[in-house]
Design a protein around this ligand. Structure first.
Ligand SMILES: O=c1ccn([C@@H]2O[C@H](COP(=O)(O)OP(=O)(O)O[C@H]3O[C@H](CO)[C@@H](O)[C@H](O)[C@H]3O)[C@@H](O)[C@H]2O)c(=O)[nH]1
Length: 461
């Protein structure tokens, strides 16, 4: 087995929870293989260094005000802002680091594709890290072809299959319904992100057996290695580092652990966990319908409503939910999903939540909000069959009540829970047998040795 002591990696996560978490998990796994880790990050939404005492943290100036909040309305603008304005500040930070120590590789997220050219200019090897599933990335590739041929913005949201991307239908394509200007920016970004040329490889937080066909297609598109080493939170849990450092929370918000005490008092598989992740949210009118739908279903529920949204729920609605449910502003999600009391997850199908739910054997009520969530929802409900498709459900109390009952107390829901447990076991085996991590370590260490050899030859000639 190759170990990588004396090699330093720079990892650069975007300031968004769904991207920060898997990047820090990947860093923790690579640390367990002997690499030293420097996290270069924005000041906005920065990670908490005390959770990772073995890493070095270096901020760069991003120009985003700290009062800014992450929401579906502005996250595309955040990424666009970083790609446009952070070339110089990042370069300055990297130049400073290189003066002190040799860097073996820069690992960057595709959302901040500007990093690729900065690293190339400084002759630093790179790995591109994608935090969505491989099938989503493949469909982005398809969208960028449509863009080149003048078919966007896409008008077709039909149930028809997209040729070459089956079983995705037009309605499952990763479009953002955020108004024309945001759609334009998104498509521009997606197209630009395809121009990056990482020198050492591309990493996906996914599982080979779930997405083998998409991964094979991607392997034909890229000239470098395509590695699938997910689910990262599971790989991290089995890495040696976890034993040494059990406080590697990646949460940007404080988790409310009181909900675990509440879950301890509930019957097995009796609680529906409800969360739309860190960006999507329901509008005020919808929140009220969800509150009544959940309450009328007579099922127990644990509902995450982020601090910026909770203010808009009237007190009478909150008190109605208290009979059967519990509301928190941020949960320790993995502990929640691992809890025996949880029997279903009403999810927006963000990729991290999807993987976490499947790893803990919890079936999903799939209600995607935007982007890759549509792709994930389709895979979960139609291909992996561990979730109920709710993408057509209107947020009306009677429809919500019906869907919650379908998930929690119907025969279909019971069967889905059984399938979810089988999926959990298959994932465990795949993590145990996956050696993609060794491939990544090998690629970095070899590239670094080759460049040192070239350097020495150059000096001696
Ligand atoms: O109360 C909560 C709610 C969420 N989480 C965690 O927050 C993360 C949320 O990630 P994800 O489920 O992927 O959702 P988003 O935050 O919406 O992630 C963004 O980034 C993902 C990765 O690219 C995409 O798949 C999503 O569509 C995009 O919205 C997960 O690890 C959760 O465990 C908590 O810890 N506590």
């Amino acid at each position: 087995m190759i170990m990588a002591s004396n090699h330093r990696l720079i990892v650069i996560p975007p300031p968004l929870q769904g991207h920060m978490t898997p990047m820090l998990q990947l860093a923790t796994i690579l640390y367990s293989k002997g690499f030293s880790i420097t996290v270069v990050h924005t000041k906005f939404n920065s990670p908490d260094p005390t959770n990772h005492p073995d890493f070095t943290f270096v901020p760069f100036h991003d120009g985003l005000p700290n009062s800014y909040t992450v929401s579906s309305k502005n996250f595309i603008h955040i990424s666009s802002h970083l790609n446009t304005n952070c070339v110089t500040p990042l370069k300055e930070v990297l130049v400073r680091i290189i003066k002190e120590e040799k860097i073996s590789c820069v690992i960057y997220d595709g959302l901040m594709h500007f990093i690729d050219s900065v690293a190339r200019e400084l002759n630093l090897p790179t790995i591109l890290f994608r935090t969505t599933c491989a099938t989503n990335y493949l469909s982005y590739h398809w969208l960028s072809m449509l863009q080149r041929n003048g078919y966007l913005p896409l008008q077709d949201f039909s149930m028809e299959m997209v040729e070459g991307l089956e079983p995705l239908r037009f309605k499952d394509l990763p479009i953002f319904n955020l108004g024309e200007s945001a759609t334009d920016i998104m498509v521009k970004q997606v197209t630009e992100s395809f121009s990056v040329k990482p020198s050492l490889g591309v990493i996906f937080n996914t599982i080979e057996f779930l997405e083998s066909s998409s991964l094979q297609k991607l392997r034909k598109l890229y000239k470098v290695g395509v590695f699938s080493i997910g689910p990262l939170h599971m790989c991290m849990a089995s890495s040696e580092t976890q034993e040494k450092n059990n406080n590697c929370s990646t949460s940007l918000m404080k988790e409310d652990y009181s909900c675990i005490t509440w879950l301890n008092e509930q019957e097995p598989c009796s609680v529906l966990y409800v969360s739309l992740g860190s960006i999507a949210s329901w509008e005020e009118k919808e929140l009220i319908e969800v509150a009544y739908g959940l309450t009328n279903s007579e099922q127990r529920f644990l509902w995450v409503i982020r601090p910026e949204t909770i203010e808009s729920i009237p007190e009478e609605v909150k008190s109605a939910t208290r009979k059967k449910g519990r509301i928190v502003t941020w949960a320790p999600q993995r502990e929640v999903l691992a809890h025996r009391a949880v029997g279903g997850f009403w999810s927006h199908c963000g990729w991290n939540s999807t993987l976490e739910s499947m790893c803990f054997g919890v079936p999903m009520m799939c209600q995607p909000c935007f982007g890759d969530q549509r792709v994930n929802a389709r895979l979960v409900s139609n291909v992996w069959k561990v979730g109920i498709e709710c993408s057509e459900m209107r947020i009306k109390r009677d429809e919500v009540e019906g869907a919650v009952r379908r998930m929690m107390v119907s025969e279909e829901g019971k069967l889905m829970r059984e399938k979810a447990v089988l999926m959990k076991d298959k994932i465990k085996i795949s993590v145990r047998d996956n050696d993609a991590l060794n491939g990544i370590v090998h690629a970095i260490v070899m590239s670094s040795s080759n460049s040192s050899a070239q350097h020495n030859n150059h000096n001696s000639s």
